[in-house]
Design a binder for this molecule. Structure first.
Ligand code: DX5
Ligand code: ZN
Length: 219
């Protein structure tokens, strides 16, 4: 069954702790944490201190998405801050294999992400090292953008490769997921659906419940 991973990028940072509690109480297991450096993407979000402070209050699985150049420089710091898994971008790493291996050496699942313009072939040689592949369905850097349906072709391809090569990575999709398209995305077979705006805009538990109902096929 697909799972929702709310992205705190869309949270109200003035009430972040409370909102994370609301998410947990609504039955979510994974928190998606978007780190941006102002270089790999134009915007800057937050870094290790924020993760460290929410770690003290939350048992959710911290799915840390690093939208930063040469993330190899900071892997240990994100692990120490409380990441449960680390995603790096193919486009941001000069040595992707080594970076994924370094994440695993820290005892964490390693995940690779591809931007909308990057084909699956670009990461085929590292899929045996990946615990997860994050397919960007929007350009990385901001929430609230429309879903790019080309991402679903990549999901299909990644599922085929997983099957033929006997691999077991999870597939995550990130950006533009909302009530209106979540059913078709679930149908494509993704394991994890990142959603920011559609979770945090309005009533958080209600949003999560209605997204989950669609995932479970109850509406
Ligand atoms: C985009 C981020 C996403 C984004 C998702 O760079 O990686 O996680 O915040 O937000 P929505 O659901 O608003 O597209
Ligand atoms: Zn993300």
């Amino acid at each position: 069954m697909s799972e929702i991973a709310p992205s705190i990028l869309a949270a109200d940072f003035n009430r972040l702790g409370e909102q994370i509690k609301e998410i947990s109480l609504a039955g979510v297991n994974i928190l998606h944490i978007d780190v941006m450096d102002g270089m790999f993407v134009p915007s800057i979000s937050f870094g290790m201190p924020l993760i460290k402070s929410i770690r003290k209050e939350s048992n959710l699985f911290f799915d840390v998405h690093l939208m930063i150049n040469e993330p190899a420089r900071y892997l240990r710091e994100f692990a120490d801050a409380g990441a449960d898994s680390i995603t790096v971008h193919k486009e941001a790493c000069s040595n992707l294999k080594e970076t994924l291996s370094d994440i695993k050496k820290l005892g964490l699942p390693a995940s690779v992400s591809i931007n909308p313009e990057t084909p699956v072939q670009a990461v085929e040689d590292v899929l045996n090292l990946a615990d997860m592949v994050l397919v960007m369905s929007v350009s990385p850097g901001s929430g609230g953008q429309p879903f790019n349906p080309g991402a679903l072709d990549k999901v299909k391809k990644l599922k085929e490769i997983r099957q033929t090569r006997g691999l077991d990575y999870k597939i995550e999709i990130d950006g533009g997921v909302y009530k209106g398209n979540i059913a078709s995305i679930v149908k494509s077979g993704v394991d994890i659906l990142v959603s920011g705006t559609a979770v945090f805009n309005g009533n958080i538990p209600e949003n999560i419940n209605s997204l989950n109902k669609i995932i479970e096929g109850k509406v």
